[in-house]
Design a protein around this ligand. Structure first.
Ligand code: ADP
Length: 281
C-alpha cells in the first residue's frame, strides 16, 4: 500500500501514520524527520536545511526529492509506504509522479486531513508540552513565530496539492477534527474501499445480475464499427471494445491484457494471410 498524508502542521499526520505503520506493516517516510536527522548529524544536506527549517520555511525541492528517491529504493519500502510531509509543493508532486513511474510503482491513495486552523496552534503547544515532559528536545520550529510561517507555507505551497490530486481523482478528505480513533477509522475505511480489490465472486455475481445494456447511440456506433472493421484488425477491435465494456467489473489491467492477447493473435493471423497471398502471387 502506498499513500500520501496531506495536511497542515499539527493536523495529526504523524500520529495517524504511526497507526497505519502498525496496521499495514508499511513504513512512514517523513521528510521532516529525515531532515531533522540530517540537521542533527550535520550532514551537508542538514547544514543547508538547518536555518530554513528553524524559520518555518521550505527546504529546496531538489534536496527533498533526492532524499525521497533514495529512500524509496530501500528494502523496507518494498511493502508500501506512507509519505508524510512530502510532496509539499506542486513541483514535488510532479517529481514524485515521475519517480514512481520510473520505479514502476503506483500510488494507492492521497488522504487529506482537514482541520480548523484555530486548533493548530493549540495542538502544537500541547506537543511541545508533551515533548518537554518526556525530556525530549523541542523542535526548533515549534514556536508561535515559526508555526505562523509553516502555516503560511502550507496555504501557499501545499494546499494546491488538494486540487492537484483531486483532479486526478486520487484524493480523499478526512475530518481531522474528530478524535484520533475516529480519524484512524475513517482512514481505514477509505483505504479498504480504495485499495482492496473486490472479491472475485461478488464481481462475477454483479456481472450476471446486471448485463450491460447498450444505449441506441452506442449500438449505432457499434454497427458502424462493424462495417469499418472489414480488415485483419477486426478481432482485435472487437476484443478491445469487449474488454472496454467489461472494464467496470474486471480490472482495467486485466481488460488491457485480454485485448493485447487478441491483438497479438490477430496480427499473427494477418501475417499468415499475407504470407499465403504472397505465395499465391
Ligand atoms: P510539520 O510538523 O510542520 O508538518 P515536518 O516535520 O513535516 O513539519 O517538517 C518540518 C520542516 O522540514 C518544514 O517546516 C520544512 O522546513 C522541512 N520540510 C519537511 N518536508 C519538506 C518538504 N517536502 N519540502 C520542503 N521542506 C520540507
Amino acid at each position: 500500500m502506498r499513500l500520501i498524508l496531506l495536511g497542515p502542521p499539527g493536523a495529526g499526520k504523524g500520529t495517524q501514520a504511526q497507526r497505519l505503520v502498525q496496521k499495514y506493516g508499511i513504513v512512514q517516510l517523513s521528510t521532516g524527520d529525515m531532515l531533522r536527522a540530517a540537521v542533527a548529524a550535520e550532514t551537508p544536506i542538514g547544514l543547508k536545511a538547518k536555518d530554513v527549517m528553524a524559520n518555518g520555511g521550505l527546504v529546496s525541492d531538489d534536496i527533498v526529492i533526492g532524499i525521497i528517491s533514495d529512500r524509496l529504493d530501500q528494502e523496507d519500502a518494498r511493502n508500501g509506504f506512507i509519505l508524510d510531509g512530502f510532496p509539499r509543493t506542486v513541483p514535488q508532486a510532479e517529481a514524485l509522479d515521475r519517480l514512481l513511474k520510473e520505479k514502476g510503482l503506483r500510488l494507492d491513495s492521497v488522504i487529506e486531513l482537514r482541520v480548523n486552523e484555530a486548533v493548530l496552534l493549540q495542538r502544537v503547544e500541547t506537543r511541545i508540552a508533551e515533548m518537554q515532559a518526556r525530556g525530549e528536545a523541542v523542535r526548533a520550529d515549534d514556536n508561535a513565530q515559526a508555526l505562523g510561517k509553516r502555516l503560511e507555507a502550507y496555504r501557499a505551497q501545499t494546499e494546491p496539492l488538494v486540487h492537484y490530486y483531486g483532479d486526478k481523482r486520487a484524493l480523499a478528505t478526512v475530518d481531522g477534527m474528530a478524535s484520533i480513533d475516529e480519524v484512524t477509522a475513517q482512514i481505514s475505511r477509505i483505504l479498504e474501499a480504495q485499495v482492496q480489490p473486490k472479491p472475485k465472486k461478488a464481481a462475477n455475481a454483479a456481472r450476471k445480475t446486471a448485463p450491460a445494456v447498450k444505449s441506441p447511440a452506442k449500438a449505432k456506433s457499434a454497427g458502424k464499427k462493424g462495417k469499418k472493421a472489414a480488415t485483419a484488425k477486426r478481432p482485435a477491435l472487437r476484443a478491445k471494445s469487449k474488454a472496454k465494456s467489461r472494464a467496470g467489473t474486471r480490472t482495467a489491467a486485466k481488460a488491457k491484457k485480454a485485448a493485447k492477447k487478441v491483438t497479438k493473435k490477430a496480427k499473427k493471423t494477418a501475417a499468415k494471410r499475407r504470407n499465403r497471398l504472397t505465395k499465391r502471387r
